[in-house]
Ligand binder design. Sequence first.
Ligand code: PMP
Length: 344
Amino acid sequence: MKRLEELVRPNIWALKPYSTARDEYAGGEISTWLDANESPYDNGLNRYPDPHQRELKQRIARMKGVRERQVFLGNGSDEAIDLPYRIFCMPGRDNAVSIAPTYGMYRVAADINDVEMREVPLGNDFALPVDALLAACDERTKLLWICSPNNPTGNAFPAAEIERLVRAFDGMVILDEAYIDFADGPGFLPRLDEFPNLIILQTFSKAWGMAGVRLGMAFAAEPVAELMARVKYPYNINCLAQATVAERLATDISAQVAEIRAERRRMAGALAACGAIERVYPSDANFLLVRTPAPDRLYDALIAAGVIVRNRSRVRGCEGCLRITIGRPEENDRMLRTVENFRP
Ligand code: PMP
């Protein structure tokens, strides 16, 4: 890895972040809050939220087995996807590399930030193209995006291959583990301390069932997490989100995750037996990617039955494919009945 100072944009390295009224409050017995131009009338939301989300970060750090200063919280993963471009990439000069197909926001955020995105196609059976990814990098490549389990292909990549990439690349690797709770292994979080150039993304939107609250997590070495915190909007996580997630962290999600995994197995078998389905790709996520000779017509038939899936057939590398989220058993059965009765 290059030195962090060489990787970070000079204006960000030199940034003096906005200091909120609450940054200047060092603790103590305050009963009268006249520092932040808030309304004094208590309605549960009249005060600004903690800009550093200290309590929530402490709890998340404990749950994940990392240090609090390795945690960044964002307004969904989307914020944590945008920030690395703003921190590391000079618009119009630097570039990023990603696998393809993968989650679309890496490219959208690159385009917004005027950063060239170099997409490297996955190999046979959606294998991680380690050497081709490294070959696509040059001295202006600051970010390398890997999503595992990958959206929309569903597969997790072997840890040894991800590790080889992280060790060989001298910029920052962003490993998006949004779906890791549905996979077999623990992912890379337990090994975070081994990799100073790794940012791991996770989210409360999938296994935790809180897509509506918009809370994404990034885990990284302290200096990197600190840079993300300096560049974010001061109050990026609102009071309701901080309180709701803090309260729900005690929930045991293992039964729901187990049901989704069992349903994934059941649906993979049942869909593979359907005449309309040529292939069900192996999945480590909460969705299945299936290939059919008539993706648009099957999509329309599902819509007519009141079932919406994601038509990925126009994505390069996913020709003929629909991506089907695993729902509750009765929802999956409704989807399955339509696929079973469909004649391509
Ligand atoms: N990463 C991946 C790989 C995703 O598929 C998604 C959602 N589709 C996200 C991140 C977005 O997560 P969030 O809701 O936390 O913004």
